[in-house]
Design a protein around this ligand. Sequence first.
Ligand SMILES: [Fe+2]
Ligand SMILES: [Fe+2]
Length: 381
Amino acid sequence: MKQSESQVRNNRRSFLKKSALAAGAATMGAGLLTRGISTFAQSTGSSSGSLSAGDIAILRFLAAAELIESDLWTQYAELGGIGDNPPIEVAPNQQLNNYQIALSNLDGDGPQYITSNWIDELSHAAFLNGYLESKGADPVNFDEFQTLQGSRATGAQNIGRLTNLMQLNVDTSWFIRYRSATNPDFGATFPPALTLDNVTAIPRNNNDFEGAPNPNFPGNDHIQAIANVAAFHFGYIEQGGSSLYAALGQKISSLEVLKIAFGIGGDEVAHFLEWVDFSGNAVQAPVAPFTDKISGLKFPNFFNPLNPLIQPSLIFPVPCEFINAKLPHCAVIRPSDDRFGGAVATIASFTADGLFVGQSPKFFQTVKQLAEEADAATRSV
Ligand SMILES: [Fe+2]
Ligand SMILES: [Fe+2]
C-alpha cells in the first residue's frame, strides 16, 4: 500500500515501538523448520495412501524450491525483517539498522512483511517434507549445501548459506510482463524494467549501511539502493513461485496433492502481489529518482514520464492472452506452461539470477535431477 509521508512516519513510530529482534526471530524460525520436519516424521507412522512417482517428484521439487526460498528469506529476515508472526512487543528503544529504515521507506510495514514471508517459506518447506515423509517418500535435505559465506553485517548469523544474495543479476522483466497484454506462454518476451546486474540485495558488511545522506528520507542513497534491489528481487522470487505452482499443478494426479499446490501456490501469489506494490514504491516519489553515488545504481521515477508498462500503481496482473490468443484477454498468473514456469525453467532462472554463485557442482546436479524428474511427471487420473 502506498502511504503518505506522515503515514510512513507514524508507521515508523509504531514499528519502532513494536519491533522485535530480527536475530532472535531468525533463531526461532530455524527451530520451527527443524521441529516441523522431525516431530511430524516421528509422530506419523506408516503412510496412509500412496502417491504416484510423478506426484512425489513434483512434491520433492517443490520442497527443494521452498528450501531455497527459506534460505534466502532467512537472510533477508535477519537483516531487514522485524517482529514475529504474530507481532510481539519488545523494548521500545531498539535501534533499527539503516537497511530496515530503507526498507520501511518503501512501506512502513515492509520489515514485518519480510519476516512474515520468511516464516511462510519455512512453513512451506517443513510441510512439504513432512507430507512426503507421511507418505513414505524421501524428504529433501540441502544441509550439505549450506556452505556459502553470507553477509558479515551486524545482524546476520555466522552460518553457511544455500543461496547468494550479494552478486545478483535481478531479472526485472516481470515488472513489465505483468503490465503487458502478451504472455510468455505465447512466446512473448519483455525487456528489463531496470538493469540490476551484479548487485547486492543485502548489506554485505557494516560499510554498506553507510553512504551519502539524502535530505528526502532517513538513511542514505547507498543502503536505499540495496533495499530497492531487494524490493525487485522479492517480486522476482515470488512471481517465480507463483508460476512454478501453476505449471507443476497441471501435472498432478492426486486430488490431495492438487489441494496442496493450490493452497501453497496461492500463498506465493499473495507474497508476489505485495512485492509488486513494494517495488513500485522504490521507483516513485518520495524515494525516487535517485542515484547511489557508491554503486552508481539509478532508480528513476516510473511515474515521470508516465508509461503504462511500468506504471507503479498497476499492481494487479493486467489482462493478457491466455489459453488461446483468440479468446478474450484474462488477468492471470503467467507464464504457466512448464517450458517457461516449470521446474527446469525455475532452476535456470535462479541460476541466471546469481542465487547459486559459489555452489558446488554436486548442488547443481542435485537440483537439476530434481527439476527434470518433476517436469517429467504427467497427470493421470
Ligand atoms: Fe514458498
Ligand atoms: Fe515464496
